[in-house]
Design a protein around this ligand. Sequence first.
Ligand SMILES: NC(=O)c1ccc[n+]([C@@H]2O[C@H](COP(=O)([O-])OP(=O)(O)OC[C@H]3O[C@@H](n4cnc5c(N)ncnc54)[C@H](OP(=O)(O)O)[C@@H]3O)[C@@H](O)[C@H]2O)c1
Length: 375
Amino acid sequence: MKKVIVLGSTGSIGRSALDVIRMHPDRFDLVGLSAGSNADLLACQAAEFGVDFIALTAGGPLDTRARHIFLGDEAATQLVKESGADIVVNGIAGAAGFLPSLEAVEQGATLALANKESLVIGGAFITAQALKSRARVIPVDSEHSAIFQCLTGEPADSLSRIILTASGGPFRDRPAQTFRHITPQEALSHPTWSMGRRITIDSATMMNKALEIIEAHWLFETGLDRIRVLVHPQSIVHSMVEFHDRSIKAQLGIPDMRIAIAYALSWPERLPLMLPSLDLDTLFTLEFHPPDEDKFPALSLAHQAMEQPATLPCIMNAADEVATGAFLNGRIRFDQIIDLVRETMDRLSASTATSPEELIGLDRVSRKIAESILS
Ligand SMILES: NC(=O)c1ccc[n+]([C@@H]2O[C@H](COP(=O)([O-])OP(=O)(O)OC[C@H]3O[C@@H](n4cnc5c(N)ncnc54)[C@H](OP(=O)(O)O)[C@@H]3O)[C@@H](O)[C@H]2O)c1
């Protein structure tokens, strides 16, 4: 039995992780859960699994029999520190996931990582600490899980290129000159995946792929010049790896995050899952084409951000969290999201940060600057 905690248990990833654990009660002992503000669902989940440790960042009241309760901004990090878990699933949305991830690797736990922001903000700290404490970081993001699966069993020096696939989002074929009229409701209708609000908007602007390029850089120690993005509207090929003999391996499957979560929980084994098979009997096509970087300028921002990897990715992420929120609240248009991110990055390009604490400070400053540009 592995002791597991699920951070962000009330969200899309968190609920899928609990589903996997429900399917395998003999393998996993769920000891802790965390949420942002959804106290009612957190309490229900805690009662169902009989967990002893729970953390809630904001809101309440919390009706629970859990013996250890952590509240406030540092609640999730304290939960990781105190619970003694073997595996930490991090499904928190946004920069709030960074310090809990860092704590997980400091504790030497296996970090099953969905919160890509952890690596975007502080990839250098997380990878260095994981090396020191021999903690494993196993990706949950479907593209990175696919790459991880393709690389398993292959010599480390045989990797030539990573090919990250992208659905292209709901506006793949929509003319760029109409982007100013896109409504939040349209942007929240992802063609293939059902996810949280921020990642769904990020998929529509392709900022999600920009974050994933940086995530792949840290996870697989690969330069950006060897990470390629290909639009694949069917979301069946979750990503590919090219080796130096020019052989390409891909991982395919239905778009269901429980597959990647289960793999991260059970690696190097595979757990049986009661899910439908990919339908190979009905005729289907797999299309791939390069992304249109003029229409989706977020992709080039990832390259710009990695010119100063210690600070600009953190600023880019913080500004994007503000910008997507502002779009969802009707304060800016869809086509202004990336403009706001770019302008915030430009204004803070001289920043420095040499510790995780300074990165948290930079995240706050970036949000303030983005807000001031907004107003
Ligand atoms: N959804 C997917 O299919 C998918 C796929 C790949 C990667 N990811 C990544 O996984 C992460 C989670 O995405 P999601 O789609 O599951 O998001 P989501 O549905 O919005 O869920 C986010 C979770 O984080 C919690 N949370 C929000 N703000 C918090 C804070 N300040 N402190 C602590 N907890 C907080 C939420 O709690 P409340 O419910 O209480 O607000 C919720 O449990 C993101 O980094 C995303 O990029 C998601």
